[in-house]
Design a protein around this ligand. Structure first.
Ligand SMILES: Cc1ncc(COP(=O)(O)O)c(C=O)c1O
Length: 407
């Protein structure tokens, strides 16, 4: 390969095109502590033979090799490697969004014509949309049920699903799924388990340690953490599922770009600090809201009254119950919810969660918008329900803002 050699015999026009093409720095020149952003769609190798080998993803010396950025690039690989280790999986894949990660994970899990998925009724709205609009028309049977229920094992035995799909903590009522029970029942019927762990992150819970097959995250949330990049991750407990997912991911082409991968990896470095603070703040906010005269009920697994408090205590990191909670206004109307949101001065009324800023959303307007009021009521989501993703601000400021908006 001659591209990086001195090429002074080329014309000026050609030199302008080929000059400055990447030469890996020699160790003696000093290596950067942070991965450079590899804004390259393709990779040149030393020989045609080496390029041929790189198509298998490996160099002759056994290192990770790159050919074309959609199939992998050093920045995504660095992020995947960090999350593989954090989640205790065998490998990970980075995607352009959480939805792209979920689509690939469910396809890799085997959802196809003639198969059945048992999914949580409390899934994030567009995830239910994905099942209904993308998988159901291909002949997949969809059963939605409460998977945070005591009787989840017998439900799995009765339904005999091929795939089970749920979230670790439900949205917006923060119900807790018993992953050990679910994975044991799934193994007994030969079902593949897919768990969305966006709300818990590997800092609070590692589903693979509880027998789950595929873990997905909307990295847009806590992993990125700063509200400036969209991404998704799939982590696999087995090489067979990882290879399936990689094959589909490459074909679907929903990969994370090198630049976004860089941002996600930067976010990941402060995940533990942010989660620590967010869990502490959320607990304080839950205590405050619980006593407020304008609040009917608070849903937060850190409160002893929460129906899954005991399970949360054994499943999640000790004394950490997540940064997300919801509460119901005494005045159970949309008007009261809008009035509350409009009066906020610090907490941002915006549709996402897991950022460093506190964020408020109204599920009937956002995540559960496509459901009727009756369907929402059946799920326990009232017209006065507000979701709060607690940020890393001083907790006194968050509480002061909530208090003045609730008056
Ligand atoms: C639990 C959960 N999973 C998946 C998603 C989808 O992620 P993204 O918006 O990155 O596609 C979201 C988005 O809010 C979510 O809350």
């Amino acid at each position: 390969m001659t591209h990086t050699d001195e090429t002074t015999s080329w014309s000026l026009e050609t030199q302008l095109i080929h000059g400055g093409i990447c030469k890996p720095p020699a160790a003696s020149a000093g290596l950067p502590t942070v991965h450079p952003i590899y804004a390259s769609t393709t990779y040149v190798h030393n020989s045609a033979h080496a390029l041929d080998q790189a198509f298998n993803g490996i160099t002759p010396t056994g290192e990770q090799a790159y050919v074309y950025a959609r199939q992998g690039n050093p920045n995504s690989y660095a992020l995947e490697d960090a999350l593989k280790q954090a989640e205790r999986g065998v490998g990970a894949l980075a995607f352009g969004s959480g939805m792209a990660a979920i689509h690939t994970a469910l396809t890799a899990a085997g959802l196809t014509t003639g198969t059945k998925v048992l999914a949580s009724q409390d899934l994030y709205g567009p995830s239910i949309g994905l099942l209904r609009k993308v998988f159901e028309p291909t002949g997949v049977t969809i059963v939605l049920a409460d998977l945070c229920n005591e009787r989840v094992s017998s439900l799995i035995e009765n339904e005999q699903p091929d795939v089970i799909y749920l979230e670790t903590l439900s949205n917006p009522l923060v119900k807790v799924a018993d992953l050990d029970k679910i994975s044991a029942a799934a193994r007994a019927v030969g079902a593949v388990t897919v768990v969305d762990s966006t709300f818990t992150t590997p800092y609070l819970l590692r589903p693979i340690e509880h027998g789950i097959d595929l873990v997905v995250h909307s990295a847009t949330k806590y992993i990125g953490g700063h509200g400036d990049s969209n991404g998704g991750i799939v982590i696999s407990a087995s090489n067979a599922l990882l290879n399936q997912a990689r094959t589909y991911a490459t074909m679907f082409g929903a990969m994370l770009s090198p630049f976004e991968s860089h941002l996600m990896l930067r976010g990941l470095r402060t995940l533990a600090l942010r989660m620590e603070r967010q869990c502490q703040n959320a607990m304080q906010v839950a205590y405050f809201l619980q006593k407020h005269s304008a609040v009917e009920r608070v849903h937060y697994p850190g409160l002893t009254q929460h129906p899954h408090h005991a399970l949360a205590t054994t499943l999640l990191k000790s004394e950490h119950f997540g940064g997300l909670l919801s509460f119901e206004l005494k005045e159970q109307t949309r008007e009261a919810a809008y009035r509350f949101m409009d009066r906020l001065e610090l907490c941002l009324p915006a549709t996402t969660l897991g950022d460093v800023f506190s964020l408020v959303s109204y599920p009937p307007m956002s995540s559960h918008r496509s459901l009727s009021q009756r369907e929402r009521q059946q799920m326990g989501i009232t017209e006065g329900c507000i979701r709060l993703s607690v940020g890393i601000e001083q907790v006194e400021d968050i509480i002061r803002d909530l208090d003045q908006a609730l008056q």
